[in-house]
Design a protein. Structure first.
Length: 439
């Protein structure tokens, strides 16, 4: 601190610069009070919206546990430029400030309105969204009536949008599941028709008729063996007749009969062989047909599972819509309307006045200290010993000469000091009046 290093020296500084400190401090306090008075009053009020639990404990309600998200979406809609502009025009806000642009008005209104959510005290399941028990809408404006109207307007807008939004979402959900039910049902019908046509085209190769085809194949093999035996017998008899040297008429007729039998047996054998080949080909296709049928079954099972889920969800959506229309689900209600505040809040003028006064005092002391630094003078024995390392033997105080009568110049000094004292007295009176007005 330069030459000011003790409390005694600091007190001496205050005494020496008392007029400067008083003048700077008085001017600063006066300016602070005037500035504090120039700040307009602010009125604050709020409306409270309660989140009411469902009257019917049903998990199919559309809102269920997502009130916080719904409120956040509504707040974002209400604080858009279009919504705030409509609010300003509807209530005639900032009519006393024609110099403000629409962007500035929107910024001031957005800052003046706050939404505070009150968390629910009920236990939430792990991973479940946070629930809200109430919402406080606070408006802080220069006009008390406008603050109350704005807060109530926001609260009513939240109620309207929440009711319309919940019912609308319930209807949209129900319409979606109804459309899905119709779509999946049509896919099931089309797939069943394709499956029936596929079975008709491949009836011989279906896995269910495998045992029947195997029995038919065994029977065909037996018939073929019997035909082979008959052919062998007939052919042997024909060879025996042909081996005779001279054929009689009866032999020739018998030979003709045998040839006819051989032709019939051969034709029967060819037909049975063709049937056996067809059965064997069908049995060879059975694995492929079985895989294709498995694919059809899996697709049909998936569609049926989807249909069951959609049907259950559709029933839940219908229940949720009925609950919404009957106001039995989780919904919002106006717990407390915003009232017109009678007294301003904040105390901004007082705070500015006090802070300005303290800043003025610090500035005055700092200015006095700066002047001492710019004009260094050794005023005490301690300063002399500290600065020059010389110990004074004796210190002579300032001795003012005593005169028996004041000269004309001294008689004028009190008169010259009158304006200064009058100014200080006036400043003190003004400070007292301003302080009384602030309180």
């Amino acid at each position: 601190m330069g030459q000011i290093q003790t409390l005694e020296e600091f007190v001496g500084l205050l005494i020496r610069r008392r007029w400067l400190i008083g003048l700077v401090c008085g001017a600063g306090v006066l300016l602070s009070l005037v500035f504090g008075l120039s700040q307009g009053k602010t009125y604050q009020t709020g409306a409270v919206i309660q989140v009411e639990s469902p009257a019917v404990a049903d998990g199919s309600a559309t809102v269920g546990g997502q009130s916080a998200r719904l409120l956040q979406v509504i707040e974002q809609r209400l604080t858009t430029r279009e919504s705030l502009t409509a609010m300003i025009e509807r209530h005639g806000l900032f009519a006393d400030a024609p110099g403000l642009t629409i962007d500035q008005k929107i910024a001031v209104l957005r800052k003046a309105v706050t939404f505070e959510s009150v968390a629910s005290v009920s236990q939430q399941a792990y991973g479940a969204p946070a629930s809200v028990s109430a919402l406080i809408i606070t408006a802080q404006l220069a006009d008390a009536d406008q603050a109350a109207r704005v807060a109530n307007d926001f609260a009513q807008s939240i109620l309207d949008q929440s009711s319309a939004g919940q019912t609308g979402r319930a209807r949209e959900t129900l319409a979606f599941y109804q459309a899905e039910e119709q779509r999946v049902g049509q896919e099931i019908v089309a797939l069943e028709a394709d499956l029936a046509a596929f079975k008709n085209r491949n009836a011989a190769a279906l896995p269910g008729s495998r045992d029947t085809r195997r029995d038919e194949l065994v029977a065909l093999e037996s018939d073929l063996r019997r035909l082979d035996q008959s052919l062998v017998a007939v052919s042997g008899e024909r060879l025996a007749i042909e081996a005779k040297g001279q054929l009689r008429e009866t032999d020739r007729r018998r030979l003709e009969d045998l040839l006819v039998q051989i032709g019939v047996l051969t034709a029967q054998k060819s037909a049975l062989a063709a049937q056996r080949a067809a059965l064997e080909a069908a049995m060879a296709q059975t694995p492929d047909i079985e895989r294709e049928l498995g694919s059809y079954d899996r697709r049909l099972q998936q569609l049926q599972s989807q249909y069951e889920v959609i049907t259950a969800r559709q029933a839940e959506a219908e229940t949720g819509l009925r609950l919404e229309e009957a106001q039995h689900s989780e919904h919002f209600s106006l717990l407390e309307r915003a009232t017109v505040p009678e007294t301003p809040v904040g105390g901004g003028g007082k705070k500015l006045a006090v802070l300005g006064s303290l800043a003025s005092l610090l500035a005055a002391v700092g200015l006095a200290f700066l002047l001492d630094l710019l004009n260094p003078v050794l005023r005490t024995p301690g300063q002399m010993q500290r600065e020059l390392d010389l110990r004074p033997v004796i210190s002579i105080p300032e001795v003012k000469p005593v005169r028996h009568g004041p000269n004309p110049a001294e008689r004028v000094k009190p008169l010259q000091s009158l304006p200064r004292y009058a100014a200080l007295a006036g400043a003190v009176v003004l400070l007292v009046l301003v302080a009384a007005n602030l309180t």
